[in-house]
Design a protein around this ligand. Sequence first.
Ligand code: CA
Length: 674
Amino acid sequence: MKIKKNYLWLAFSLLAMLQNVCVTMGQNTETKMFDLSKYPVYEGTDLGLTLTPQSLSFKIWSPPAQSVKLRFYEKDLGGEPIKTIDMKRGENGTWQHSENRDMLGKYYTFQAQINGVWRNETPDPWAKTVGANGKRAHAIDLSTTNPEGWDSDKSPNFGKGNDAILYELHVRDASIHAQSGISQKGKFLGLTQRGTFVTEGGKKYATGLDHFKNLGVTHIHLLPSFDYASVDETSTQPKYNWGYDPQNFNAVEGSYATNPHDGAVRVREFKTLIKTFHANGMNVVMDVVYNHVYKADAFAFEELVPGYFFRQKSDGSLSNASACGNETASERPMVRKFIIESVLYWVREYHVDGFRFDLMAIHDIETMNLIAKTLRNVKPNILLYGEGWTGGDSPLPEKDRSLKKYAHRLDDIAVFSDDMRDGLKGSVFDHHDKGFVSGKLGMEESVKFGIVGALQHPQVSYDKVNYSKEPYTKNPMQMINYAECHDNHTLWDRLSNSNPQDSESDKIKMFQLSYTLVFTSQGIPFLHAGGEFLRTKNNVENSFESNDEINQMDWTRRAKYDANVVFMQQLIALRKNHPAFRMKTAEAVSKHLHFLDVTAKNLIVYQLKDNANKDKWKDIILIFNANRTESTINLPEGKWKIALQGSQINERGIKTVKERVTVAPLSAMILFKK
Ligand code: CA
């Protein structure tokens, strides 16, 4: 029965998994005749292009190839090769060639002859940068791409794990709006501009970088910024995609660069973005999509080693746990090596501070833990998290998948909590469903599950939690608390759907109640960009390729809903000022977090007691009243100061109360005692 239920869930996911909307369905190419498991494994770390003072050294891995050609071109698109080389066979399935440095700055491709057939020309799977639309790799010296001051670039210190505050941002969304005040619209460089603003009613409101900085978030989580396929980089027409369609995993996306033809420009501009965020106190997380590729039969690795990069069903056809036509085989040694080397490269070359793994459960647990171990050797505080689910069934045995329910087997890698997300606002599969904040009964335990960071806690009734019937984390840093992300309706659109009869001011109360829960709970809080000004996508639920009008951050709303922006800023500051909301161990949460008995429904009250996590506040009481009526709560003994009352936040105390307190409808209250 358990397995059946699981498959039901997978089927659901398949239907509604929205971040990996497929642009094209890949097809299996061929070659069941090769026994992939017999291919030799190459252990060296010099695959791709390596520069020496005298030469350019090329090496690829293609055990089944009979011959391999390396071609150099003057341009990234079109034209005839200026030089064609027959590569020499190397050890363990590799092919190599050493070229003089005259070819630096040229573009190059490989072509393998396999089983008597010359396959398509392809860029280097390990290509570190490419020309327009990722068709040819670009041979450049990366040391020439560093922006000024790169050597002293340093990631800001944010603490650890759940001290992070994540802000999920799409590069183009951030600046493309006509009133963003940003000149480099839709580009990496647009995110490096200071002093930009929108004017409304004679008043200026910061936009872009300054706005993100003012919010106080610690991590900017960028939607795919590696080279993806769905946007034509040579087109001057506006074209949009989220970017969950990988083409070259180790290259930067060209449509965000000012010149997609020049690989060095891509690299330099993305480095400039990272350096600028760092200098302004923000870390940078990359959203990575190693679980599938845009088109299996056109992928560089596939052209060189057919069948190896992807999982197959027993009939030899491609399996499809991504719901995008293919899924990668992380358990195969050379795929595992490829992924580990790729993330390591982003950290070393670009100083990236974390990764969000799309459909992480397609990856096996062993690979994820090797990634964590490898990256922590280089950057101990790196933030790793992902979606603990797949978009369909996989040949990878269930026990090996990096599923949410196995978070405790992952080495300090966090998972998104759909339990909390849907507990707050309703199921993403039913567009009109309500949640705790919007009037659905019986969601208390799902929300409490989020409050404790998906840990074992004696006062949570797991059988009443919407999805997970048991805790899954080892510590509170393993869970992402969120109410909205790029997938599905924004929280504001959802509330408009689920509660059309309610006034804007009531919906704002529900919105603020949601985020008060997200930002005071023990997991890692996550904010979808623009949520702070009640982002809408005009009710488009799956905007992966919608136009700018739907996807853009509408900065006029930043001005219009300034009060909500201020509220979110203060809420973020409250979390940062109070370690009690960021306990680090399961033991600490058990010891310091205690739910108070309440008889009323839709009401959650709990206490963080005895200077939890060395908080300067000795005791804190949090009350979440999702009812349409006010609730009166009897307080533990003593005088209590109110720090948060609905939309009002004052950490010095709004007023002092004792014995009991009345909490307004659809609102939260936080009280403390020193
Ligand atoms: Ca691209």
